[in-house]
Structure formats: C-alpha cells, structure tokens
Design a protein around this ligand. Structure first.
Ligand SMILES: Cc1cc2nc3c(=O)[nH]c(=O)nc-3n(C[C@H](O)[C@H](O)[C@H](O)COP(=O)(O)OP(=O)(O)OC[C@H]3O[C@@H](n4cnc5c(N)ncnc54)[C@H](O)[C@@H]3O)c2cc1C
Length: 418
C-alpha cells in the first residue's frame, strides 16, 4: 500500500489551492479528483469553437485570494464594463458606473431606478463596503441582504430594478437571502475591481493552478469511496495511506466520506448559450431583467464581447441565465427565453440565434455562509484530518481558494508544532 505525505481529496479550486500551498512549503501532496479534469464547478466546454462555461460565472480581479494565488496577467482577462443595462418599461436604462462613481452612475439611469436619496445611500454603502474589506468576509450576524438594504433606506424601486436582478444573479437567489456582510464584501469587490472572463474560459483558472503542481501529484478519475482515519479507499478498491488528509470535496460529497458533516441547501441556475452572427449590443455589459417576472431570464451577456476567445472570429456567443431550475423541458425553456429576449433585442435578431447548449447547474452555490467560529473549527476535522471548500467559507472563487489555503496552512502549522 502506497504511503503519501498528504492526500487532498477533491480537485476543485479549494483542493487545488490546498495542494499548491503544500507544494510551495515543500510538502508533497497527492491530489485525487473524481472526475476526468480538475476545476470542479469552474469548468468550460468547447462546442463548435465556442467556449461554454458550466453556468455563467465571472472572476472578480479584486478578489484578494485571486490576486495572491493566480497569475492574473497570464489569464488574459477580458473586463466587463463596470455598469449594467437594466431592462424595464420596454427599454434599456444604463447604470454607468455605480461602483466607482455612484452618484454619476445613479443619475445616468435614464428612467430612474434610483431616487436621489438612493444615490446618497449608494455612496454610503460603497464607502462602508470598502472599509469592511479590511475585515473578514464571513457573516457576523443573520441579517439578510434584502433586510439590510431596506434597513439602509433604499427604495423598493432601487431594490426591485437593480439590487434584486444584479445580486440575485450573483447569489443565484432573487430573494437576496444571503447574509448582508457577504453582500457588502461583494459590493466592495465590485467597487474596487472588475468582473472579468479569462481567455480560454473560466476553466483556464483551475488549469493554471494544476499546471503549477509538482509532476505526478495529480490523479484524475480517482474517486474516493471511503475515508477511515488517514486511509483512503478509491472506487477501484485501491488503498492509499497518508500522514494527513485534506477533505476538499463539495458540500454534497463531504458527508459521504465524513458522516455528520454539514449538508447545506443549494442554489441552482440554468444558462442558455446561443451562437449568433452578431452581438445584440456589441458592448461588454451585463444586461439585467428589471421587469419582475416577465420571462425566465434574469441576466444576459455576450461573453465574446468581454473576451474574444469565447467565440470563433466573426461570431458571437450569448449567455442567458435563469436563476433557479427553470422549466424542466429544454425546448420550452428555450422558447420562453426567446420570447422574452425578442422583446429586448427584436424578433429579427433572435431568428438567427442557434441554441448551443442548455447548461443546468442544480448544485451551483451552497446557500449558507457559516459564522466565523464554525469556519475556524471546520478547518481541523480530526487527527491529521483537515477540511476545505466554499461551503466552509463563502460560496465563491475567493472563498474556495481561501479555504484551501487555510486548511493547508493549518496542516503545516500543526506539523511544525509537532
Ligand atoms: C453556475 C455557477 C456560477 C458561479 N458564479 C460565480 C461567480 O460569478 N463568482 C464566484 O466567485 N464564484 C462563482 N461560483 C462559485 C464558485 O465556482 C465555487 O464557489 C467554487 O468553484 C467552489 O470550489 P470548491 O473547490 O469548494 O468545490 P468544487 O468546485 O465543487 O470542487 C469539489 C471537487 O471535489 C471532487 N470530488 C467530490 N467528491 C469526490 C470524491 N469522493 N473523490 C474525489 N473527488 C471528489 C469533485 O469532482 C470536484 O472537482 C459559481 C458557481 C457556479 C456553479
């Protein structure tokens, strides 16, 4: 039976970050990933020369862990323009840059999703959010983002037309039930950085992390069936022993290997990808549905306007995301999305759109953000057993990278102490 220094179970961003941290400290990791590739929920498929991320997602270049752990320049990030287009009352209103210039941004909204008071509240929210970035991005109370916005005095109109579609898309929860501190952290991230897409798709992020691992330290198609102490049994029956184990699976699989671990509820989404001869807006902007319940689509963008690598030359890729599980029948969902977006861009434009894929992600984001004390406790799961994953931190790229790094650091600290 092979004996290893440290086995990391799960090759999502958390497991990759843990393995990289160990390797950088001179400890040899063996990373075991159940599927055929690393990346977990961050993955990209190529279809007819188009890059389709498995559900629309973005990398914020301001994420502290991304700045620390990734080579952002090598990812050749394409940036979204900082504002958004909001669809309402039969037209688009533009928010210019509510993150960096909240008053100007709010004023620029032609039909006024925001009142002048909202503009002032935005200024205050922005400065508070940036100040709060000094702290920990973990919830310190149970107030939801929705309640927090009301308490701060934002008008219903601002919440319905901007905050709900924008952050509903980020949290994949249009009720805005995420903790208000998590909302503030993300608001701060948008205020000091940009949403981006890498060249080669979001899957380029885990590929970059994996490329930095020592030779022979990664095994794919290696599902772990059971974990007893620090003995690991693969689905093939192969047994592996290690001095220590880091459990870096997602929240659904952790309780399988470690009965008693927390299994949170999940938010889901569906992204419809369309190929088109031309972009309907030719701008790297997010478009939000500010017309509550008029059609299934919450937000739309043209990834190829953000990063040209997403579509073959001369073509455009359009992504339309439904928050929740959408209609179970792809054809009906496509029909309803087209009916909605024909209203946005005109029936003629839609006629040329070709459906490339319906990407359904039932287990996209764990719903709860844990309290700080449980985060600290979750890193050390037992003797020589450590845990990481976005469900133990914040459901995000930043949270996954951070939790992986912290689990590895805890392991290294315990080793030094011994
Ligand atoms: C549709 C969607 C949109 C998102 N949008 C954003 C966004 O815009 N910005 C943002 O910051 N974040 C976003 N996220 C969240 C972010 O992608 C995740 O929080 C993060 O990738 C989670 O990483 P992880 O390593 O914790 O978990 P995972 O990526 O789930 O990795 C867990 C890994 O463990 C492996 N595994 C499980 N069981 C076993 C086993 N028994 N043996 C071996 N391996 C096993 C799995 O195959 C998987 O590779 C989004 C996520 C989704 C799905």
């Amino acid at each position: 039976m092979a004996n290893h220094d440290v086995i990391v179970i799960g090759g999502g961003l958390a497991g990759l970050a843990a393995a990289r941290t160990l390797a950088a400290a001179g400890v040899a990791p063996l990373l075991l990933e159940a599927s055929a590739e690393v990346g977990g929920r961050v993955a990209t498929d190529e279809v007819d020369g188009f890059l389709l991320d498995r559900g629309f997602q973005v990398l914020l270049d301001s994420y502290p862990e991304a700045r620390q752990q990734l080579d952002l320049a090598a990812l050749q990030l394409g940036r979204f323009a900082p504002g958004a287009l909001i669809r309402r009352e039969g037209g688009f209103g533009r928010v210019a840059d509510h993150w960096r210039a909240p008053v100007a941004g709010v004023r620029s909204l032609f039909s006024g999703a925001f009142t002048p008071i909202d503009a002032l509240r935005m200024l205050k929210l922005r400065s508070n959010a940036i100040l709060a970035l000094e702290g920990d991005p973990i919830a310190r109370g149970d107030e939801t983002a929705a309640r927090g916005l009301h308490r701060r005095g934002f008008s219903d109109r601002a919440i319905e037309r901007f905050f709900r579609p924008f952050f509903g898309g980020v949290f994949l929860d249009t009720q805005l039930g995420a903790p208000v501190h998590w909302f503030e952290f993300l608001f701060g991230m948008f205020a000091i950085g940009h949403a981006t897409l890498p060249s080669g798709g979001m899957g380029a992020i885990p590929r970059q992390l994996a490329a930095g691992l020592p030779e022979g330290s990664l095994r794919v198609d290696a599902r772990v069936r059971s974990l007893k102490g620090t003995r690991v049994e693969l689905a093939s029956g192969e047994l592996l022993d290690a001095d220590a184990v880091i459990l870096a699976t997602d929240a659904r699989n952790a309780p399988v290997l470690l009965p008693g671990s927390r299994a949170p509820q999940w938010s889901s989404c569906v992204t419809l990808y369309y190929a088109a001869a031309a972009s309907p807006i030719a701008e790297p902007l997010l478009m939000l549905n500010g017309e509550d319940r008029r059609g299934p689509v919450n937000h739309v963008c043209v990834p190829s306007d953000v990063n040209a690598s997403y579509a073959p030359p001369g073509q455009s890729l359009i992504s339309a995301t439904v928050v929740g599980s959408g209609h179970a029948d792809d054809a009906i969902l496509d029909r309803d999305a087209r009916a909605q977006l024909s209203g946005w861009f005109g029936a003629d434009a839609l006629r040329g759109w070709r459906l490339l894929r319906v990407a359904r992600v039932p287990y996209a984001l764990p719903r709860a953000v844990p309290a700080p004390d449980s985060v600290a406790a979750a890193v050390r799961l037992g003797p020589q057993l450590y845990g990481c994953g976005d469900y133990l931190e914040t459901p995000s790229i930043n949270g996954a990278l951070r939790s992986g790094r912290r689990a590895a650091e805890a392991l290294l600290a315990d080793r030094r102490a011994r």
